[in-house]
Design a protein around this ligand. Sequence first.
Ligand SMILES: Cc1cc2nc3c(=O)[nH]c(=O)nc-3n(C[C@H](O)[C@H](O)[C@H](O)COP(=O)(O)OP(=O)(O)OC[C@H]3O[C@@H](n4cnc5c(N)ncnc54)[C@H](O)[C@@H]3O)c2cc1C
Ligand SMILES: NC(=O)c1ccc[n+]([C@@H]2O[C@H](COP(=O)([O-])OP(=O)(O)OC[C@H]3O[C@@H](n4cnc5c(N)ncnc54)[C@H](O)[C@@H]3O)[C@@H](O)[C@H]2O)c1
Length: 450
Amino acid sequence: MSEQYDFDLFTIGAGSGGVRASRVSAAHGAKVAIAEEFRVGGTCVIRGCVPKKMLVYGAHFAEDLEDCANFGWEIGERKFDWIKLRDNVLKDVDRLEGAYTDTLENHDVTIFQERAEITGPHEITLASGKTVTAKYILIATGARPQIPDIEGAEHAITSNEAFHLDELPKKIIIAGGGYIANEFAGIFNEFGSKVCIVNRGDQLLRSYDEALRERLLLISMKKGIDFKFNTSFEYIKPCDEGGFFVKLTDSEEERVDQVMFATGRVPNTEGLGLDKAGVELGDKGEIKVDRFSKTNVDHIYAVGDVTDRVQLTPVAIREGQAFADSIFGKGDPVAVDHSCIASAVFSHPPIAAVGMTEGEAKNKLGSVRVYLSDFRPMKNVLAGRDERSLFKMVCDGDSGKIVGIHIIAPEAAEMMQAAAIAVKAGLTKADFDATTAIHPTMAEELVLMR
Ligand SMILES: Cc1cc2nc3c(=O)[nH]c(=O)nc-3n(C[C@H](O)[C@H](O)[C@H](O)COP(=O)(O)OP(=O)(O)OC[C@H]3O[C@@H](n4cnc5c(N)ncnc54)[C@H](O)[C@@H]3O)c2cc1C
Ligand SMILES: NC(=O)c1ccc[n+]([C@@H]2O[C@H](COP(=O)([O-])OP(=O)(O)OC[C@H]3O[C@@H](n4cnc5c(N)ncnc54)[C@H](O)[C@@H]3O)[C@@H](O)[C@H]2O)c1
């Protein structure tokens, strides 16, 4: 432990990356403090992955209740109580916040429930005015929703507010075409809202394989979600009777109950004293770091969304773990491998992917072999649900090595987690073919593609 400073490590931000880094550093024997200006747990736990997934589960019952009829179930009158779901989700978020706080306290991490700012080379000042010093500073302040510069933008909500609505909108416009727009479009649509996704470009979910993007668009439209591409907002104005008037380019003014921005997230680097500390930022305001999450200042590190490498919880956690092991562990420094990261969009149905899309593989490798399985899952057939799934495997044409797997299907993310291990390990199509199928499953398509 350092004699010269109050703490060995001071972490700013108790989200996915900050909590992991602090807990593990403390377990390695460091004296650690963490500051959190909002709630311990950060975006993922408080207003991201976790409550979002609970809403996705809640929303999916709408389809299950329809589908069960052909399986012989007769359900009486159906009624959905948003307030009940909302409050149950928020209660579980409170529980998780407590669990994260306990974890930190059990590791003797000092928690400051207030905003922190760097005020000297090794000095941090808290909102209360208290000043502390630390040998190392870790910035794990995450990102926040980007609000486009539109007249009346202040009337719109973001994902932050979506979890707290007092009533469901009858009609909602969601701006964006990425993860959050597609996930919340699915959620609101299943709960009975009329949803329109407005995208300034002509593509949804740009980083995903084209075939899956097209399939999601088709299915979403069939479910009743509207899409407007290459469209921007002229204004949002409050309406006396409630709701808002929205004017989009190339259409008449219309009245909606809510407008939601899901137009990307910006790193939280303002007001942190980074300029005075001499920490270099990139074009989007993100903190620039090396492979070991070190900034250009030797004792200041940054992990998670604030570095805008890959904005996903497991990545922030890995970066936090690697930081702690590198600085306070006994082994060699650990760099996080950001290649071949599997991901999922919890849309209805979900999309999951690992590795290169077909287009990327063709550009990079030249010779590529693609295997497809396009089928209606057994459950959808009996339910009378006209919704097809799509599996795509992209292989190196010469070696047969699998370089990408892409799935749109019920439970795509659950299947992908296992498949991603094989892709990361560099297995070939022949290795998959040598594996006997589990029948009857959707996942067996992975080993049966011809
Ligand atoms: C709606 C939504 C759904 C998502 N769903 C998924 C998903 O399904 N899967 C997935 O992998 N990822 C998902 N993500 C992304 C994921 O939540 C983030 O990548 C992850 O939380 C990043 O962790 P972090 O530690 O970098 O930052 P955060 O978790 O954002 O934590 C940063 C913390 O720092 C605090 N802070 C900021 N500035 C200060 C300061 N000056 N002083 C003190 N505290 C400060 C903030 O209050 C915050 O609590 C989702 C994000 C959103 C918004
Ligand atoms: N399932 C998951 O893992 C998950 C879920 C939610 C969020 N996240 C993370 O959070 C990040 C942020 O999510 P997101 O959906 O906000 O961002 P995103 O980067 O996925 O998508 C932003 C979209 O907004 C569009 N856009 C930008 N400005 C616009 C404007 N003015 N009008 C209309 N459209 C506009 C872009 O073209 C793009 O399609 C993601 O990149 C992801 O890393 C992950």
